[in-house]
Write a new protein. Structure first.
Length: 338
């Protein structure tokens, strides 16, 4: 296992000087302290710090150019977070040395809590409008607790390395698995759903999960970067599920795993109208073939049928695809393949 020192980012003298210059300003240091709690938008930082948007944007530009922050777009919005490795490496002594009782930092944290509360209210308002549709679908399938237990059984115990939830929706899969991950990312095409996920994750104490807006057919993520990828109740909304799985497979690290959770074939045609389903479930062989075509060793990982045995209920199926490349020995301890 790597020692803490081995996880520090490697940086040259000029880069280190640029980084130290970037953080050695009061507002920028306050920004870094806030982003250590999770990603924020320019608007969030403007509200918290009480400064103009142009001024905040200039500070953010300096920090991004110095490699301290990462920026990603979500529709018309831009979100910022500490660059990968910064919060646990170069900036750790600086963040640890800040007095938590400092009046300015305390006020920033209070305003951050207010921003998150407002986010949560807006997200819950949006989700309340969708709730009748979600409740109808939940009433047709096996209990979510049983599905989540099955997912945990397939994933297995231990650390999970880097994980990605494609079509993250409300962020529930990230809430379930992110505490065991070195890094967790959620991707969704909907800004509104990402707002719901962001509020849910903040409420559960997991605000540092990386949420991105993007197309599942062209995910804006580095290939080979994830040890575990989930595609949970997403395929039935897609016109081309095979292409989505092929794109997901390209994101797997050597020896990584792709877990697909979706419905078995069914005849509930009304779901096309009321729930926007494009596909009425998938046969075991179909998804297994798609995973095989994507270059993964595939196995059907189980079915969960409603216990009441009613024919108009939905069965949930799980498939697991494993990358055929051998994982480097140094990473095996981070994920115990089920």
């Amino acid at each position: 296992m790597s020692s803490p020192a081995e996880k520090l980012p490697v940086i040259g003298v000029s880069g280190l000087v640029a980084t130290l210059r970037a953080v050695s300003e009061e507002t920028r240091l306050r920004i870094i302290a806030l982003l250590a709690e999770g990603e924020l938008s320019v608007s969030d930082l403007t509200d918290i710090l009480g400064q103009s948007q142009p001024r905040i944007s200039r500070h953010l530009k300096v920090l991004v150019e110095a490699g301290v922050l990462e920026r990603h777009r979500e529709g018309a919005w831009a979100f910022f977070r500490l660059a990968e490795g910064m919060s646990t490496g170069l900036l750790q002594p600086i963040l640890a040395g800040l007095d938590p009782q400092d009046p300015g930092l305390s006020e920033d944290r209070e305003r951050l809590a207010g921003v998150r509360a407002e986010r949560s209210r807006a997200a819950q308002s949006f989700f309340a409008r969708l709730a009748p549709r979600w409740d109808e679908l939940r009433s047709l399938q096996v209990a979510e607790e049983a599905v989540e237990t099955a997912i945990l059984d397939v994933v297995g115990p231990g650390r999970l390395g880097t994980i990605l939830d494609l079509g993250t929706g409300t962020g529930r899969m990230l809430q379930l698995l992110a505490p065991r991950a070195a890094r967790a990312v959620g991707l969704d095409a909907s800004h509104a759903m990402l707002s719901v996920a962001r509020a849910n994750l903040a409420r559960s104490g997991q605000a540092r999960v990386d949420l991105r807006q993007g197309d599942i057919y062209a995910p804006p993520l580095v290939r080979g970067g994830f040890d575990l990828i989930l595609v949970h109740q997403v395929l039935h909304y897609l016109d081309d599920p095979a292409r989505a799985l092929a794109q997901a497979a390209r994101l797997l690290a050597p020896g990584g795993r792709l877990l697909v959770v979706d419905f078995a074939p069914h005849g509930l045609e009304f779901l096309r109208e009321t729930q926007a389903h494009r596909r009425l479930g998938f046969a075991r062989e179909q998804v297994s073939a798609w995973l095989d075509e994507a270059g993964l060793d595939s196995r059907h990982a189980g079915d969960l049928a409603p216990s009441d045995g009613q024919g108009d209920k939905l069965t949930v199926s799980l498939w697991l695809g494993c990358d055929r490349q051998v994982a480097p020995a140094s990473t095996i301890h981070d994920r115990e393949v089920a």
